[in-house]
Write a protein of this length. Structure first.
Length: 225
């Protein structure tokens, strides 16, 4: 909250579009329905919810799975999360940009989701061992590292320049909904079946893959002037 206040006071507006609107005396705040009604945007925003569900399930259920299946304590779980964090760091630093440039956001999203699903399948299909955890969880969490940069890039490119801030704010709101729903669903089904949360994550990833395949097939044009 203090950062928001300081930004509002000391950071000047750098967007020429907002400055032009302000000089003309028009209302600088676009209505959120304008963003939602743009072609293809509603489905794109839905992907934020679905992806956030898969991501939040992975992070929230990891300690419980490791304790229930491997009898790990908090220290061991901490090492696992550290390893996953290192993988995410290197992917974000060295893989996201080059991958987007070489195959585009939608295909990069598909690659990331496929890696995420592969990690889930390892945990579901293989015996619960240290190797399974050390391989599976970094794949699950690292794969989705590509998802949100890809989705945010698509939202930015497919929205009018004077509406991009509104669009990105809406996307963050949808992501928050997914991060609420994911842990609640995972915790509920984990009590009955320790593999069930990962099936939910696989299903969510499958929906994202279907949407991405639809986007590629229809060659949805990214920029909107």
């Amino acid at each position: 909250f203090p950062a928001m206040i300081l930004t509002a006071i000391f950071v000047p507006e750098t967007s020429p579009h907002k400055q032009a609107v302000k000089e003309e005396g028009a209302d600088p705040i676009p209505h959120w329905t304008t963003v939602i009604r743009q072609p293809g945007q509603l489905l794109l925003f839905a992907m934020f919810i679905i992806t956030a569900v898969g991501q939040s399930i992975s992070f929230s259920i990891a300690p419980f799975w490791a304790n229930a299946m491997l009898n790990w304590d908090a220290e061991m779980v901490g090492y696992l999360m550290m390893m996953a964090g290192v993988c995410v760091f290197f992917l974000q630093m060295f893989a996201v940009g080059p991958l987007f440039k070489s195959v585009g956001e939608v295909r990069a999203l598909m690659i990331g989701v496929a890696v995420h699903i592969a990690g889930c399948l390892i945990l579901v299909c293989c015996a619960p061992t240290t190797t399974t955890a050390v391989v599976g969880f970094p794949l699950i969490m690292g794969g989705l590292t590509l998802a949100f940069p890809a989705l945010n890039s698509l939202v930015s490119r497919r929205t009018c320049k004077n509406l991009q801030g509104t669009a990105l704010g809406i996307s963050n709101g949808f992501s928050a909904l997914g991060r609420i729903a994911g842990p609640v669903a995972a915790g509920t089904v984990f009590v009955a079946n320790t593999a069930a949360p990962f099936f939910i994550a696989i299903f969510a990833g499958g929906l994202v893959l279907l949407w991405a395949a639809f986007e590629i097939k229809n060659k949805h044009k990214a920029p909107i002037s």
